[in-house]
Design a protein around this ligand. Structure first.
Ligand SMILES: [Zn+2]
Length: 361
């Protein structure tokens, strides 16, 4: 497998106020991962192009794109925790452009899969609203581009950030061509993501929300993948798999309240990679969303890159093994404990009930 890891110093140019969790240190940590990525056979690719205004309008209204463009050159507060500096608009067009570049290159066969380590993140940005540190919805722009430019008919977006991907949900709410599956802590910011939010019109059934209580770890998150994400994805048969890869469900994360480890994220990557291999010729592209403990972020991204470049060969998704030894504590195999399955059961029943008219679970 050939894997692209998109990372660039340009993402250091978007700055939030002092003390803000979404900070340049996140990208600094991932820049320092580049030598390790090369070591494991990953191709490190720099920023190559910006999303055009027309491309941004695939997911956002023209008025909204113009409004964000008008922030160029100045500092603004767009909502209680979403800010811009003079360079932010330009950097945000690079972040969305990174995803478009990866879509093109994966479609052309240059890479099997790719990971875009970008900021600002995107999944909270709605068609006409900036929020939750997000300006443009990078994953939604990529999904819409795959539909419009590459004439795809079925794109799967899996969002494993600890927060609900309200922006992606809103943008594709009525669109059956994009199956949006979000796993997230609930109740939690931004407040949406109940399991009875399933889309509307022709898109009814194509929004899948898996709201989970805080405290869930690898076993419960993997149970969600095995019992909900995989069965629905296999029925949908995506031509491309996109991942909103946030790492704020990590046990060390200061914002999230979950207990996922690097090995857990590696196993989630295995799950989406196996879906991509079965239906999409292996085409999987991930965009960085959250993840605010920089050491945990770097170790988790590394673990995911290892799985992306190795392929899995199958059979070992239940016993992922991370390669990192962060803080001298190597992550060993993580058994999917029966207790985890049982604890996921309380979440599974209402999710299944909400979707039973649309998917076999
Ligand atoms: Zn998040």
């Amino acid at each position: 497998m050939t894997t692209a890891f998109h990372i660039d110093e340009t993402y250091l140019r978007h700055r939030n106020p002092e003390g803000h969790p979404e900070r340049v240190a996140r990208i600094e940590a991932l820049l320092s991962l580049a030598p390790r990525a090369k070591e494991i056979g990953v191709s490190v690719v720099p920023a190559k192009r910006r999303a055009s205004l027309e491309e941004l309008r695939l997911a956002h209204t023209a008025e909204y794109v113009d409004a964000i463009m008008s922030t160029a050159g100045r500092s603004y507060m767009l909502d209680a925790d979403t800010f811009t500096v003079a360079e932010s608009f330009d950097v945000a067009t690079c972040a969305a452009g990174a995803m478009l570049d990866l879509v093109d290159r994966v479609m052309a066969g240059e890479f099997d899969n790719g990971f875009a380590a970008v900021r600002p993140p995107g999944h909270h940005a709605e068609s006409e609203r900036a929020m939750g540190f997000c300006l443009f919805n990078n994953i939604a722009v990529a999904a819409a581009y795959a539909l419009n430019h590459h004439k795809m008919e079925r794109v799967l977006v899996v969002d494993w950030d600890v927060h609900h991907g309200n922006g992606t949900q809103e943008i594709f709410w009525n669109d059956p061509r994009v199956l949006f599956i979000s796993l997230h802590q609930y109740p939690f910011y931004p407040g949406t993501g109940r399991c009875d939010e399933i889309g509307d019109g022709e898109g009814r059934g194509f929004t899948v929300n898996i709201p989970m209580p805080g405290g869930f770890g690898d076993a419960e998150w993997l149970a969600a993948f095995h019992r909900v994400v995989e069965p629905i994805a296999h029925q949908f048969k995506p031509e491309l798999v996109l991942v909103s890869a946030g790492f704020d469900a990590h046990a060390s994360d200061p914002l999230g309240g979950m207990r996922v480890t690097e090995a857990g994220f590696a196993a989630m990557a295995d799950s989406v990679l196996s879906i991509a291999r079965e239906h999409a010729g292996g085409k999987m592209i991930a965009a960085l969303e959250g993840g605010y403990d920089v050491d945990a972020l770097a170790a988790s991204v590394e673990a995911v890159l290892v799985r992306m470049t190795a392929g899995t060969g199958g059979g070992d998704t239940g016993t992922p093994r991370a390669t990192s030894a962060r803080g001298g504590e190597p992550s060993g195999p993580v058994p999917v404990a029966e207790t985890g399955r049982d604890r996921f059961g309380q979440v599974f029943a209402p999710v299944k009930a909400a979707l039973s008219a649309y998917w076999m679970l």
